[in-house]
Ligand binder design. Structure first.
Ligand code: PEP
Length: 252
């Protein structure tokens, strides 16, 4: 029988959020307190500038805080960058690495993403490693090949399920309101699970595989019910506590 994996619902605020946005976290924490213990782990990844503030705001609630990226080095001459140690120092527990926006905007390669995941682990953070095909790759029928290549190149050796999460985010579904069919999601997640088990054995069975791309309260239950979908990485719908709570509630 398939093992029950506790889902993770993670919000990626991207380059949105000022100090005043802590009100959304307060609201989310209140809703979670009223709704009883959530059936999933709950995470918000705000911009690095407010990680510390939101960590304080979320104190005493089930909401964990994470970063959206980290440099591959622990410290050094890297103007403007943020290290995994710095995020950890602010109270972050997770960091997203290899988001498609970073792969596209900053030319991040699988090799660099792997180095970032390794540095996150060294700092004591859980790395959320993102993979996903572009629309052109999908149209060529190359989605699974691309994802296999990204997993191979972006995941460190010897990962533990406790400190590594994989997020499948088809690039064409991010911020577009379009989602793959549940059959397509199932196919890709099955392949990701297969690759994880092949490389990491029993740990691979336990690694959480999140789906990301236009997840909203209205489609969350359907997507979260798909086999091998162990949570969601949510962009736009994570900015408002009401919407994000709707997705958290759908994971029950
Ligand atoms: C994301 O950026 O990780 C994401 C999934 O965005 P959205 O939910 O807005 O599509």
């Amino acid at each position: 029988m398939a093992r029950r994996i506790k889902p993770l619902i993670a919000g990626n605020w991207k380059m949105n959020g000022l100090r005043a946005s802590k009100g959304e976290v307060t609201k989310l924490a209140r809703k979670l307190a009223r709704g009883g213990k959530p059936a999933c782990d709950v995470l918000i990844c705000p911009p690095a500038t407010i990680v510390g503030l939101l960590k304080e705001t979320a104190k005493g609630s089930p909401v964990a805080i994470g970063g959206q990226d980290c440099h591959a080095a622990a410290s050094g001459a890297h103007t403007g960058d943020v290290s995994a140690e710095m995020l950890k120092d602010l109270g972050a527990r997770y960091v997203i690495v290899g988001h498609s926006e970073r792969r596209a905007d900053h030319g991040e390669t699988d090799k660099l993403v792997r180095a970032k995941a390794e540095t996150a682990h060294r700092a004591g953070l859980t790395a959320i490693v993102c993979v996903g095909e572009t629309e052109a790759e999908r149209d060529e029928g190359a989605a699974l090949k691309v994802i296999r290549r990204q997993l191979k190149g972006s995941l460190p050796d010897g990962i533990a399920a406790r400190t590594t999460v994989v997020a499948y985010e088809p690039v064409w579904a991010i911020g577009t309101g379009r989602t793959p069919t549940t059959e397509d999601v199932a196919k890709v997640h099955k392949e990701i699970r297969k690759q994880l088990v092949k490389r990491f054995g029993d740990e691979g069975e336990k690694v959480r595989i999140l789906y990301g791309g236009s997840v909203k309260p209205s489609n969350a239950a359907e997507l979260l019910a798909v086999e091998n979908v162990n949570g969601a990485l949510v962009g736009g719908a994570s900015l408002k506590a009401d919407d994000f709570y709707g997705i958290v509630a759908a994971s029950a």
